[in-house]
Design a protein around this ligand. Structure first.
Ligand SMILES: [Zn+2]
Length: 495
């Protein structure tokens, strides 16, 4: 997500209940005390918390859009759930924007209740017919109607979309709506003929303009998306549009030196889809060089599509394989997220700086390499803000509404780079130093891209794995590495 002055104001507005903050805050301090002894329950009025009792590995969605106006969208969601503890009851995030019609487990409809959570949050509680043992897996089907997909007129197109960040996927999808529980998705979108549907993942049949005929209704089309690499629920992006809303479909193919080439000769090749009026703006085309740069230096992105949609949203948003752009100036930042935030995911919201801090810094770093000037806005660090990893203790005041994870996160990464250069006795900004810094980040990316990363695990990685790597590759003393990592941690993170 790209932070601008405009969307910072919107961030504050986003949290409608900010005035209740002080009540909530004192409550949450107590909850934090309890955290050491027991996992925090998702119905303790803390909407950003995940449910530690379950792991949803896959969501299979069918969505029916009747029109580009205000009709509710019908959603049938099939969840593949694994119990992480013994369960008598199952809890999922939902919201007042959804009307849940049924919950079915193995063919039997189950009784459920909806209880209030904070803000727009609701908790769907499902009574299980018999206890489910830890480790057991089951499929649950939830049918609902949602008002979350608002109609918009955007650049002349009638469109419908919604927000999923930071915990708004629950508005239309009963889910474990937290970065700690990424999942794979299939999204089957039924839309009126003549409208275009876009979502995360690859499209069956690859007809991005028309999808496939809907066997159930000749006046409708269907688009089948498969997002096979797990993504967090906040990264979900589902858009429909008409009136000239069209995809540009192309391909980015390049060799191991970063030179563009044909698909046949390419070492790396990825489909590029951009939804707006069927053409790709020159500014976006140019920014694709950043994708090439980071692929060459950090390794292949986990995702098999480079997708963008021009759509109304409170900010540009890095949704994996379907980035929302409110301005084409944000493309490089959102591309960098394919490695930081989407590639290396973060575990809890207080680890959010791992996504935005690294992305903001590396966007500046890319600029340093291509233009000689680092644009990471390190001068904007507000000395009064909390340390990035203190955010979960006070997310409404210090996290969602502030620049802390971005600017202070970027400053923490810059300091990490400085200390690394110092130890390796290379001058910051020299070609050799850049190469070494990138080699360390590549190592981090290769080793930590598969499981959401916590701030603690990052420090642990730096202290042990990175130290070992620096010793082998650059003959750096691992004891010295551990010392500066400790110093860095003390300066930036409250762990
Ligand atoms: Zn971002």
């Amino acid at each position: 997500m790209f932070l601008s002055r405009w969307n910072r104001t919107r961030h504050s507005k986003l949290m409608e209940d900010r005035v209740k903050h002080w009540i909530w805050r004192s409550f949450f301090s107590l909850a934090l005390l309890a955290q050491a002894a027991l996992a925090i329950d998702i119905d303790r009025k803390a909407p950003f918390l995940g449910n530690d009792e379950i792991d949803v590995s896959h969501y299979g969605l069918r969505m029916d859009f009747t029109d580009l106006d205000d009709s509710p969208v019908k959603v049938v969601a099939e969840l593949d759930v694994r119990a992480l503890s013994d369960l008598n009851q199952l809890k999922l995030h939902t919201s007042q924007q959804s009307k849940i019609e049924s919950v079915v487990l193995e063919g039997a409809a189950l009784p459920f209740t909806i209880v209030d959570g904070e803000s727009q949050s609701r908790i769907l509680k499902v009574e299980l017919p018999k206890a489910v043992a830890k480790g057991a897996q089951f499929k649950l089907t939830v049918t609902l109607e949602t008002d979350a997909f608002k109609r918009h007129l955007w650049r002349g197109h009638r469109m419908r979309n919604t927000e999923s960040w930071p915990y708004k996927a629950r508005n239309w999808l009963p889910s474990n709506d937290s970065p700690q529980d990424p999942a794979s998705f299939t999204i089957e979108m039924h839309v009126p003929a003549g409208t275009v549907a876009a979502a995360n993942g690859l499209l069956r049949g690859e007809n991005y303009l028309q999808g496939e005929p809907d066997k159930e209704n000749p006046n409708r089309r269907v688009f089948h998306w498969t997002q096979k690499q797990p993504i967090p629920t906040y990264g979900l992006n589902v858009v429909v549009g008409g009136d000239g809303f069209r995809p540009y479909v192309g391909r980015l193919s390049f060799d191991e030196n970063g030179q563009r080439t044909s698909q046949e000769k390419a070492k790396f090749s990825v489909p590029v889809v951009y939804y707006d009026n069927g053409t790709l703006p020159a500014e976006i085309e140019e920014s694709l060089q950043a994708y090439i740069f980071f692929t060459i230096h950090l390794g292949k992105s986990p995702y098999d599509k480079l997708g963008f949609v021009s759509a109304p949203h409170f900010s540009s948003m890095e949704s994996p394989t379907l980035v929302t752009l409110i301005s084409s100036q944000h493309v490089v930042h959102e591309i960098v997220h394919d490695w930081f935030g989407n590639g290396i995911q973060f575990r809890k919201w207080n680890d959010f700086w791992l996504s935005e801090g690294f992305t903001s810094y590396m966007t500046g770093f890319y600029s340093e390499v291509t233009t000689g000037r680092n644009t990471a806005k390190l001068d904007k660090v507000d000395k009064k803000t909390l340390n990035p990893a203190g955010a979960e203790a006070d997310p409404l005041g210090q996290f969602f509404g502030t620049s802390t994870p971005y600017y202070k996160g970027a400053a923490a990464v810059a300091d990490f780079r400085r200390l690394l250069a110092q130890q390796l006795k290379v001058e910051t900004g020299s070609e050799e130093e850049r190469a070494r810094f990138l080699s360390v980040l590549s190592k981090l990316y290769q080793e930590r891209k598969d499981t959401p990363l916590s701030s603690e695990a990052f420090v642990e990685w730096a202290r042990k794995d990175m130290a070992e790597y620096l010793a082998t590759r650059y003959q750096a003393d691992p004891q010295k590495t551990a010392e500066w990592v400790e110093e860095w941690k003390a300066r930036w993170l409250k762990l």
